[in-house]
Write a protein that binds this ligand. Structure first.
Ligand code: ASP
Length: 319
C-alpha cells in the first residue's frame, strides 16, 4: 500500500465561475470533495492554505516544504494542487530544498471547476498516476499538466489561458502521460539542495529594453534591496547606461544575477562592447544558466538565506 500526501493550496483548479463568467474562490474547495480511489493507494489530504497563486509568497513555499519534511517518513509521494500563475516558482523552490527522492508533483488547471472542458480533475488524476509510479522517483520536483511531465527547473507558463500552457523551452518535457502508462525520455540532473528554516529578503527583477537608461536601477540601494535579477537582452547584454548603474550597485556590494529575456537558449558572456556580456561579467555580474528571471530570483534568495557570499555565491549561481 502506498501513501500519497495531497496538498491543496488554491488556484483556478479550486475555483468556480459565476453566471457572468468571473472566476472566484469556491465556498468549499471542489478538490477536497472529490472521492478519488486508486488501487493500493491511500491519500492523506490537507489544505494548508487556499490562495490564488498571485497571493503566494516565499513563506507559503517554505510552509509546504516544512509539511512534506514532517511527513516524509510516512509517505511515498506528494501531489500539490496550485494556481498556475506562480506554480513554477513554488515547484522550483521545492526542487531546491532538501527533500527525499520520492515523486513530488505540482499540478493545476486553466479552467475552473465548473467551466466547460475543465482540466482540473484530469490533471489531478494524472498527477496522482505519476506520484504513485516507480519511474517518477529521483526525478526532482515535477509539474504535470495537459498530459506532459516537466522538470521544475525548466518549466514555465507560456500562455494566458490555453490548457497547453506549461512548456519547457530549449529542452522539451521530461516525459508524457500515456493512456495506460507514463514515459520518461530523460533523467533529472544533479542539483544542490538546501535546508532553510526561514527565508526573507528583497530581490527585484528588472527587464532590459532598447534605450534603457540608468533610471530605475539608480533608485536602488543596498539599504532597500538584497540583490537584483536583470533580464538582459539576447545572449546577455545591456544598454551601456543600465550596465553602468548596475556596476555602481555591485560596487556597493549588491549581488546582480543575469538571465536572458529570450525564451530559449542560455545567457553567457559573449560580447565585449560597452554593456556587453563580457564587460558585465568582468564587473561581477553572475550569469545564471537556463533559469528564467522568476526562478533566478528564488535561486538568489535561497542562496543568500543559506549564507552564501562572494565566490561561493558565484559558484552556486553560475553552476
Ligand atoms: N490566476 C490563477 C492562479 O494562479 C490561475 C490558475 O490557477 O490557473 O491562481
Amino acid at each position: 500500500m502506498k501513501k500519497i500526501l495531497v496538498l491543496h493550496t488554491g488556484g483556478t483548479i479550486s475555483m468556480t465561475a459565476d453566471e457572468e463568467g468571473n472566476v472566484k474562490e469556491s465556498q468549499q474547495n471542489p478538490m477536497t470533495q472529490l472521492g478519488v480511489t486508486l488501487d493500493h493507494v491511500t491519500l492523506e489530504i490537507l489544505e494548508p492554505f487556499s490562495l490564488p497563486s498571485p497571493h503566494i509568497r516565499l513563506r507559503h513555499m517554505l510552509e509546504l516544504y516544512r509539511i512534506i519534511k514532517e511527513k516524509a517518513d510516512t509517505i511515498h509521494g506528494v501531489v500539490i494542487t496550485h494556481g498556475t500563475d506562480t506554480l513554477e516558482e513554488t515547484a522550483y523552490f521545492l526542487d531546491t530544498m532538501n527533500l527525499p527522492n520520492f515523486p513530488i508533483i505540482l499540478t493545476g488547471a486553466m479552467r475552473s471547476s465548473n467551466e466547460l472542458g475543465s482540466d482540473g480533475v484530469y490533471n489531478y488524476l494524472c498527477a496522482l498516476r505519476v506520484a504513485i509510479h516507480d519511474k517518477a522517483w529521483d526525478k526532482g520536483v515535477l509539474v504535470v499538466m495537459n498530459d506532459e511531465i516537466h522538470a521544475a527547473k525548466y518549466v514555465t507558463k507560456t500562455h494566458t489561458t490555453n490548457v497547453d500552457t506549461f512548456q519547457t523551452p530549449t529542452h522539451g518535457p521530461l516525459g508524457i502521460i500515456m493512456k495506460h502508462d507514463i514515459l520518461f525520455f530523460k533523467t533529472a540532473e544533479p542539483r544542490v539542495h538546501f535546508d532553510l528554516d526561514d527565508i526573507s529578503g528583497t530581490v527585484p527583477i528588472i527587464k532590459a529594453y532598447a534605450g534603457m537608461g540608468d533610471g530605475i536601477i539608480s533608485l536602488l540601494s543596498p539599504d532597500t534591496i538584497d540583490g537584483v535579477v536583470i533580464e538582459a537582452l539576447g545572449a546577455g547584454n545591456l544598454p551601456p547606461e543600465a550596465a553602468k548603474a548596475l556596476n555602481h550597485l555591485m560596487e556597493q556590494g549588491v549581488p546582480v544575477v543575469l538571465v536572458s529575456r529570450c525564451f530559449n537558449g542560455i545567457a553567457e558572456p559573449v560580447y565585449a562592447y560597452s554593456g556587453g556580456g563580457v564587460d558585465l561579467a568582468k564587473h561581477g555580474v553572475m550569469f545564471v544558466k537556463e533559469l528564467n528571471s522568476q526562478k533566478a530570483r528564488i535561486k538568489l534568495l535561497i542562496a543568500l538565506n543559506a549564507g552564501l557570499r562572494g565566490k561561493d555565491l558565484k559558484d552556486y549561481i553560475e553552476g
